[in-house]
Design a protein around this ligand. Structure first.
Ligand code: CDP
Length: 225
């Protein structure tokens, strides 16, 4: 049975388990899942393809305003992101995009454009949205706000295991360095920096597995209807 009319904001740094947890919570409660990071990644991919410099804020803003993005739930319950009609779900996860995305996401005009779209997607409720600024900016009225974190070493290890499984050859040190850089830019940008929203529940997942984190969030919701 779907629990209706609620909105859940899940924020946190890279590798905190946000996307997996948010997707599982949405599935368990019959809510729509929106991955806002995927939208910043799509703008980054498009900019890289068009050879737009990642410090050209004006060109990036134009791109973010014009890009046709749609996020669709497939029959097998996975979500795919379409950019100008093309399924870019896999390409937006490459290291090349990961390395550039925080620069693009720091551009004020890009954030304005994407936050506006995200607010529209969340307006009807019945949604779990994950990102960096959901509880603070996109859905400040969300019924539940959760901030997931974990030690940098644990987050790097999770990402490394994911990449190992995809046969991507990269060292744990490189991953840790990349995450640290991205955290730094995300936490220190002027517009909507990454930080826990007032009143959110902060969950340190360093010693918790996905089932335990999902369980904690579901019991928070069930105990505070
Ligand atoms: O999955 P992972 O944590 O690696 O990243 P993501 O959620 O796909 O987000 C990629 C990047 O997009 C982040 O490092 C942020 O720079 C940016 N982002 C943001 O600024 N605001 C959001 N609401 C979501 C993502």
């Amino acid at each position: 049975m779907g629990k209706k009319g609620i909105s859940i904001a899940i924020d946190g740094p890279a590798g905190s388990g946000k996307s997996t947890v948010a997707r599982r919570v949405a599935e368990a409660l019959g809510l729509l899942y929106v991955d806002t990071g995927a939208m910043y990644r799509a703008v980054t991919l498009k900019a890289q393809r068009e050879k737009i410099s990642l410090d050209d804020g004006e060109a990036l803003t134009k791109l973010a305003n014009e890009l046709d993005l749609s996020y669709k739930k497939m029959p097998d319950h996975t979500y795919r992101l379409f950019m100008d009609g093309e399924d870019v779900s896999d390409e937006i996860r490459t290291e090349r995009v990961s390395t550039g995305v925080s620069l693009v996401a720091a551009v004020k005009g890009v954030r304005r454009a994407l936050v506006e779209r995200q607010k529209q997607m969340g307006a009807a409720g019945d949604v779990v949205m994950d990102g960096r600024d959901i509880g603070s900016t996109v859905l400040p009225e969300a019924d539940y706000k959760i901030f997931l974190t974990a030690s940098i070493h644990e987050r790097a290890k999770r990402r490394w295991l994911e990449l190992q499984a995809q046969k991507v050859d990269v060292s744990l040190e490189e991953i840790e360095e990349g995450l640290q850089k991205r955290d730094y830019i995300d936490c220190n940008r002027e517009t909507d920096p990454l930080r826990p929203a007032p009143g959110c529940l902060i969950l340190d997942t360093t010693d918790l597995d996905i089932d335990q984190v999902v369980g904690k969030i579901l019991s928070l919701i069930n105990n505070n209807p």
